[in-house]
Design a protein around this ligand. Structure first.
Ligand code: HEC
Ligand code: HEC
Length: 241
């Protein structure tokens, strides 16, 4: 009796039906434990790899759009997920699910995943090695030596007259990401990067930690958005070193 309880502790002891049945013999406990054990293994041990490769319920396989190695499809603006932090990705999936991060493709997909699914698939992608960048092509028709210089200046120096810090101050040298809150930008799809900055300007992506990116994005002109997106898309990701 004691072993059965401690083995399957929470659901058994918290469940009122089970509490009323506490005169069950050892066999009865074992049968109940088995039933709960099965339910638990289905609901709590979501398999991130399985979700990524075959989907989960109404959610399609992530790899259809994010690539078999989590490399994304740059031209289509489907972001690379490999190498992003697990906590960061989970927060994005939660935001798609509650509709604060607006995207017609990702909202229904995130809604179709349970909390455990979101955690498992985020952990799966975070553990994949970053595919080598760059994954270009560019967004910009404006891109040329001038735009490249604009991108490089914003990335490494910012614009202090406008209290716009350098992107590197938060995203790290070369845009390689810092800790769980400042995502990797290097080698990411240019179309995707530009789309995110535009979304912050428009208020269709939640402000994120301390509202930092809303403030940054609103100081950038549309041309600067394209220039900085191209700049980061062309930098190599960590994995390619
Ligand atoms: C039909 C294509 C498609 C499928 C399938 C898909 N995604 Fe996406 N995903 C996108 C697009 C497009 C975006 C960019 C959304 C935006 O611009 O805000 C995105 C963005 C994301 C982001 C945000 C990345 C970042 O850097 O903030 C995460 C996380 C994500 N998807 C996870 C998943 C997971 C997990 C699955 C599978 C359950 C999945 N996606 C399936 C198209 C797809
Ligand atoms: C003061 C700190 C700070 C600075 C400076 C900063 N960022 Fe960010 N950035 C963040 C944070 C925090 C996030 C994560 C937001 C979230 O969790 O939604 C982020 C996220 C992003 C994303 C989304 C990445 C993805 O995968 O969806 C892009 C794109 C981005 N930043 C570009 C830039 C660019 C370009 C600059 C320079 C012009 C810049 N950032 C400067 C803090 C900063």
């Amino acid at each position: 009796m004691k072993t059965a309880r401690s083995h399957h502790s929470r659901p058994l002891t918290e469940n009122p039906t089970v509490a009323r049945e506490n005169r069950l013999g050892v066999r009865g406990w074992q049968a109940l434990g088995l039933a709960f054990g099965l339910t638990l293994s289905v609901s709590c041990h979501a398999d991130g790899a399985a979700i990524a490769t075959t989907g989960a319920g109404a959610a399609p396989a992530c790899q259809t759009c994010h690539g078999p190695a989590g490399e994304g499809i740059a031209q289509a603006g489907f972001p690379r997920l490999a190498g992003l932090g697990a906590a960061y990705m989970q927060r994005q999936l939660d935001a798609f699910a509650d509709g604060t991060r607006v995207n017609a493709v990702m909202m229904p997909i995130a809604q179709a995943l349970s909390d455990t699914d979101r955690a498992a698939v985020s952990a799966y992608y975070a553990a994949l090695p970053e595919p080598p960048g760059p994954t270009t092509p560019k967004t910009a028709s404006t891109s040329g030596p001038e735009a490249a210089a604009v991108g490089a200046t914003l990335a490494t120096r910012g614009r202090w007259a406008d209290t716009l810090p350098a992107c590197e101050n938060c995203h790290g040298p070369g845009g390689r990401g810092v800790g769980p809150d400042f995502p990797l930008l290097a080698g990411q799809s240019a179309a995707y990067l530009a789309g995110q900055l535009t979304a912050w300007k428009a208020g269709t992506r939640p402000p994120g930690p301390m509202g930092l990116m809303t403030v940054v994005a609103r100081k950038l002109s549309d041309d600067e958005v394209r220039a900085i997106a191209d700049y980061y898309a062309e930098l190599p990701a960590r994995g390619s070193r």
